[in-house]
Design a protein around this ligand. Structure first.
Ligand code: NOJ
Ligand code: CA
Length: 566
């Protein structure tokens, strides 16, 4: 077995790891063009090492027309000019490894760009040798698309090609045609490309949209009551029967032969199916599941009509994702990524350093491998753009137009979609209080959040009471406490509307995590065996006189406290 990375004393190395997600376009610009790049990331590796992380997931840096910021790949083996060169990437991998940090690449194999040579050849004519590498169908008799599936980024999932009189399928934008996974030649080409990356000594992959690769086999219209007559493509292309066979082959032919970490973006996998997807007998190491972060989304995915939710719903979703049935299964933990709004703006009222620490305490001591999205460690927040023209993200623009079509005024549409826009997470990383937040000395591709003056790395590194230092401390606890690493999870006070508390237990030891998500003082009761335990405070976000007994339980507004009990 080729070792892509280290194995820590009988433990799978990635179970002890903390992963940091870098959105390269927005991390750090080294050559003053307003766009983040690989050289920029390399100069910040020491910052990441000091934070205590050991894996970096980097969003796509491959050659791309950039309609979906790199999720539309036109060459898997070339680096996009704006980000640098393959040599820069090799240096990045090497420099990270020197610091015991492993790089996981984003692997986008559900679709390519329409500018990928495979698609260009496929589209050229009906008899092209690569015609069947993508999914082509004839129009209906009246010329309409082959069926009523709606693409994730809006409109029909089919795009007509006037040269060859057929439609091709795209789950995402029309610039992202879906590969035909039923074709063995396609699979072979994908495996070859993945092995090219594995041989570079990377630490693994995050598999993009991987539960979309198998399509419903009948390609039929599906019932709908939607005014546009369309049905979200998730119904026809998400976790379809037969997908596991394809995924097992992918594993056998590629990463299954390497000691690497794999995380699959896995919408559509129900909790009872998890064990088929992860662990030794499954396919991947961990899954990104979305119930806890999509708590406000209705099934149709309209951002502008969010559902009301409570802390109890959030707690239940997290507790459910903590339940892994098979012995070798493991969780991927996350609150943020490049597709989501900022967590402090979403899950907490009264955005501020204390509430950011409450969220961090609840989050970082859960069971699994945590992912920290760039800037999360500073408590970076959502941005308030005053015009739709400030937004760059393809999904945001689609949602805005959907909201207008549904009868919302431009003002209300902007307000609503602003809360959930993917650009909230994509504003430049806030390095210091200087111009453009120290991200670049050129105007950045996306506006900097004006709160960079208060929320930035330089200020927080200098302030031992900052959110950044609190993250460091939590990471240190996580990295050195075997109860946090291995312990079971049990949700306490499941029906409490403002306190999020749980315990972790391992080898007769318990860690008790208590967080108050409200602006009110809260008294509450915990099971009696906890109440009378000897307790040692591990961390707290408020000044607090340590007490070795937790008989009287009370949390101040937005207080977090963690004890080890004996
Ligand atoms: C999921 C990625 O996280 C998202 O950013 C992208 O738009 C879609 N997959 C399509 O690749
Ligand atoms: Ca640059």
């Amino acid at each position: 077995m080729i070792r892509g990375a280290i194995t820590i004393a009988n433990q799978l190395w990635w179970k002890n790891a903390i992963c940091y997600q870098i959105y390269p376009k927005s991390f750090y610009d080294s050559n003053s063009d307003g766009i983040g790049d690989l050289k920029g990331i390399i100069t910040k590796l020491d910052y990441l090492k000091d934070l205590g992380i050991s894996i970096i997931w980097i969003n796509p840096v491959y050659k791309s027309p950039m309609v979906d910021n790199g999720y539309d790949i036109s060459d898997y083996e070339t680096i996009h000019d704006q980000y640098g060169t393959m040599t820069d990437l090799d240096i990045f991998i090497k420099e990270a490894k020197k610091r015991d940090i492993y790089i996981i690449m984003d692997m986008v194999i559900n679709h390519t760009s329409d500018e990928h040579p495979w698609f260009v050849e496929s589209r050229a004519h009906k008899d092209s040798l690569k015609r069947d590498w993508y999914i082509w169908r004839d129009p209906k008799d009246d010329g309409a698309p082959p069926n009523n599936w709606r693409s994730v980024f809006g409109g029909s999932a089919w795009e007509y090609d006037a040269e060859t009189y057929q439609y091709y399928l795209h789950v995402f934008s029309k610039k992202q045609p879906d590969l035909n996974w039923e074709n063995p030649e396609v699979r072979k080409a994908i495996y070859k490309m993945i092995n090219f990356w594995l041989n570079k000594g990377i630490g693994g992959f995050r598999f993009d949209a991987i539960t979309f690769i198998k399509k419903r086999s009948d390609f039929s219209d599906l019932p709908t009551t939607s005014p546009d007559g369309l049905v979200p493509i998730a119904k026809a292309s998400l976790n379809q029967p037969g997908i596991l066979q394809l995924l097992h082959e992918l594993k056998e032919q590629t990463f299954g032969n390497y000691d690497v970490f794999t995380v699959a973006e896995a919408p559509g996998v129900a909790s009872h199916e998890r064990s088929k997807f992860i662990g030794e007998q499954g396919v991947f190491d961990v899954l990104f599941e979305f119930n806890h972060v999509n708590i406000y989304l209705r099934e149709e995915g309209k951002w502008y009509e969010p559902m009301p939710w409570t802390l109890v719903d959030f707690k239940k979703a997290i507790a459910n994702s903590q339940k892994i049935d098979n012995m070798d299964g493991w969780c991927a933990l996350f609150l943020e990524n490049h597709d989501l709004p900022r967590s402090v703006s979403t899950f907490i009222k009264n955005v501020g350093p204390n509430s950011a620490k409450v969220l961090a305490t609840m989050y970082l001591l859960l069971r699994g491998t945590p992912f920290i999205y760039q800037g999360q460690e500073l408590g970076m927040t959502n941005i308030d753009f005053s015009s739709i023209t400030n937004y760059d993200d393809i999904a945001t623009l689609d949602q805005y137009h959907l909201a207008l079509a549904d009868g919302y005024t431009p003002k209300v549409a902007l307000e609503r979609i602003g809360k959930f826009s993917r650009d909230n997470a994509r504003t430049p990383m806030q390095w210091n209080a200087g111009k453009y937040a120290g991200f670049s000395d050129h105007e950045p591709w996306l506006e900097v959040n004006p709160n960079y003056v208060e929320i930035n790395v330089a200020q927080q590194v200098a302030d031992l009471k900052s959110v950044y230092h609190y993250y460091r401390k939590l990471i240190e606890i996580r990295n050195t406490n075997d109860v946090i690493l291995h312990g079971d999870f049990e949700l306490l006070l499941p029906d409490d509307q403002t306190v999020f508390a749980y315990r972790r237990t391992f080898n007769e030891k318990t860690v008790l995590v208590m967080t108050n998500f409200s602006e009110f003082r809260r008294k509450f009761h915990l099971p009696v065996e906890i109440k009378y335990s000897k307790a040692q405070l591990l961390i707290s976000n408020l000044e607090f006189s340590d007490d070795d007994c937790i008989q009287y339980l009370e949390l101040q507004p937005f207080e977090a406290r963690v004890y080890e009990l004996r």
